[in-house]
Ligand binder design. Structure first.
Ligand SMILES: *[C@@H]1O[C@H](CO)[C@@H](O)[C@H](O)[C@H]1NC(C)=O
Ligand SMILES: *[C@@H]1O[C@H](CO)[C@@H](O)[C@H](O)[C@H]1NC(C)=O
Length: 176
């Protein structure tokens, strides 16, 4: 009987360890605490980075989430540069895109410095730097709304950037 109980305990622990999924659990917790976070998007973006396979804690996921956000900030910066090559842009759209270019460049730097601050356990700086990156895509998007009839060419990029920046911010607040 004693052996059987030991066996059951072993089996239970095995099942728990196999089923525990730090990415899913962290994303679910982040989504629960912040209505802006979509757990599916969070899980998919982290799984897409092979480094996430060895993560065992939410803390391990922070630099990975930041890396993903930096990659998107860089890619969106390139998209904006390409859009700016269009010589027939109206002045308003051009000035919006130039502002977005700077916003995305700053967002990349803020994510970088936020990640370094997190590594040195300076959670206040990490929080404020990454918060600045979270605000950038909304500021970019709002610029286009200031003139009637203008449609933002970056709506999807801005929505993705917001999601990707808000995930590490939520994780930092969960582990600090
Ligand atoms: C360039 O901008 C004009 C005006 O906004 C637009 O109609 C056109 O489709 C753009 N061209 C390209 C290649 O994006
Ligand atoms: C657009 O900007 C150019 C260069 O700054 C300027 O010469 C032109 O007058 C502007 N056009 C409009 C419609 O404001």
């Amino acid at each position: 009987m004693k052996n059987f109980c030991t066996f059951l305990t072993f089996l239970f622990l095995l099942i728990v360890s196999v089923r525990s999924d730090i990415i899913q659990d962290s994303c679910d917790e982040a989504a629960k605490g912040d209505a802006n976070i979509k757990s599916d998007f969070c899980v998919a973006s982290l799984r897409a980075n092979p480094k996430s396979q060895t993560a065992t804690t939410t803390e391990d996921l922070v630099p990975i989430a930041i890396e993903d956000a930096i990659a998107t900030a860089t890619a969106t910066g390139s998209t904006v540069s390409k859009l700016l090559q269009n010589t027939s842009l109206d002045n308003f759209t051009r000035s919006c895109l130039e502002a977005c270019s700077e916003l995305y460049s700053d967002a990349g730097s803020n994510l970088q410095s936020g990640g370094e601050a997190f590594k040195s356990k300076d959670f206040g700086t990490a929080n404020s730097d990454i918060s600045a990156a979270v605000d950038a895509p909304g500021t970019c998007e709002d610029g286009f709304k200031e003139k009637q009839g203008v449609v933002s060419p970056l709506t999807k990029e801005n929505a993705d950037m917001f999601q990707l920046a808000v995930i590490p911010l939520a994780f930092i607040n969960m582990v600090k």
